[in-house]
Design a binder for this molecule. Structure first.
Ligand SMILES: N=CN[C@@H](CCC(=O)O)C(=O)O
Ligand SMILES: [Zn+2]
Length: 398
């Protein structure tokens, strides 16, 4: 079966030339883009979807989420809005609630959040463990997550659970817990921050997970300057996430990892992606990550929702894109790229998703708007009209 999506008023491809086509069409065959061009030249297909002159763009690639959780932390949020600082310790509140939820309940909650993300245009999703924090619970969460999302990141090193001794827990994360989660995960992560894991503990986690064959990422420089970026670069991590407090040396280190990459043609060897999480920054009252500075230094950035109950309870990538344009100094094109191709780079799947190119998975969203600029021009409006993942509608409206 082939599908022609035609009458696309503005098509933002995010291909190597960053082409934006007008009056465009795409043909999908076997779940992949088989043809892209002017609507007037489009070949026939078995099925036709008329986009009604709407704007089309790649589906969002959300490269940083913590979707597997139960419980509510709105009181903690309210306290923060009244002036309290965010502290890593809140993670244990969610740990308790999540441990208490059975498989059925956790799967139901996860599916609901994935459906919400899809309705908002997300077509590729990563999620992390990190609310289990025991061998059996981390295994259980990884198993459930792997049956629902595209990629699972092992985050046993999210918090030293209450009552545990930091060095003993770190050893568990590096041995028995890692073995238990390994079959379900593609990446590993560590929350390298004051109140979570220090530099030495983070290095032990990254070493063990790298030796177990997992790709690496780091939660770094979120609550203050620290060693997160330096460690991510040292270990050749795929991404370092948060990056709110960067010293000039951190930006330089990150830029150095991109020396073998040609930004203009998106070819070469990718470096360490800096993942900015604007919804989290606003919800924790941290300075917004310096996305503009990073781009200007030649660093590829990603935008992600960081959906979690503590610091960022939203799956809305459109909100992140709008904020990046309105408050971080990115152009609409740069923000859309960071939320699509940038996310794909952070997850190592840029050859498969993240742009509209022949051969890639047919992940595309249509907006109830004539141009992608409306994402920032009309902030907060529910603009997503239709979402295709591998050529199939996933927005629940089709
Ligand atoms: N910073 C670490 N982990 C999450 C927050 C987790 C929580 O507070 O529950 C984040 O990415 O912001
Ligand atoms: Zn996170």
């Amino acid at each position: 079966m082939s599908l022609l999506i035609t009458n696309i008023g503005e098509l933002t491809t995010q291909d190597a030339e960053r082409r934006v086509l007008t009056d465009a069409a795409v043909v999908v065959e076997d779940g992949r883009f088989a043809w892209i061009g002017a609507a007037a030249d489009a070949p026939a297909a078995d099925d036709v979807h008329d986009a009604g002159s709407r704007a089309g763009l790649p589906g969002w690639v959300d490269s940083h989420t913590h979707l597997l959780f139960a419980g509510d932390r709105s009181a903690e949020f309210e306290a923060r809005m009244a002036g309290e600082a965010y502290a890593a310790g809140g993670i244990s509140v969610t740990m308790e609630a999540t441990r208490a939820a059975d498989d059925y309940e956790l799967t139901r909650l996860l599916l609901g959040r994935v459906a919400e993300a899809a309705a908002g245009g997300t077509t590729y999703l990563e999620t992390k463990t990190g609310y289990g924090l025991s061998v059996e619970e981390e295994r259980r969460h990884a198993r459930i997550a792997s049956s629902v999302v595209d990629q699972v990141t092992y985050l046993g090193a999210h918090l030293v659970p209450p009552g545990a001794v930091a060095d003993e827990y770190t050893e568990l994360v590096c041995t028995e817990m890692l073995d238990a989660v390994r079959p379900y995960a593609q990446f590993a992560d560590v929350f390298c921050e004051r109140g979570a894991f220090d530099e030495d503990q983070s290095r032990r986690v990254l070493t063990a997970c790298r030796d177990a064959g997992l790709g690496l990422r780091v939660h770094g420089n979120q609550l203050g300057p620290g060693p997160g970026v330096r460690l991510a670069v040292e270990f050749g991590a795929a991404s370092v996430d948060h990056v709110n407090y960067l010293e000039p040396a951190d930006v330089e280190l990150l830029a150095g990892t991109w020396s073998g990459w040609d930004v203009a043609s998106a070819t070469g060897t990718p470096g360490v992606v800096a993942t900015c999480l604007p919804a989290c920054d606003l919800s924790t009252r941290q300075p917004l990550a310096p996305g503009r500075e990073l781009l200007d230094a030649g660093v590829e950035i990603a935008l992600a929702s960081n959906c979690n109950p503590g610091t960022s309870y939203t799956t809305s990538m459109a909100y992140c894109v709008g904020t990046a344009v309105l408050q971080m100094g990115l152009s609409v094109t740069e923000a859309v790229r960071a939320a699509t191709y940038g996310g794909a780079l952070a997850l190592g799947v840029q050859d498969t998703v993240g742009s509209i190119e022949v051969g890639k998975r047919a992940d595309l969203q249509l907006l109830n708007a004539p141009a992608a600029a409306h994402l920032a021009y009309r902030p907060g409006m529910p603009l997503t009209q239709a979402v295709f993942r591998a050529g199939e509608r996933v927005d629940g409206r089709g």
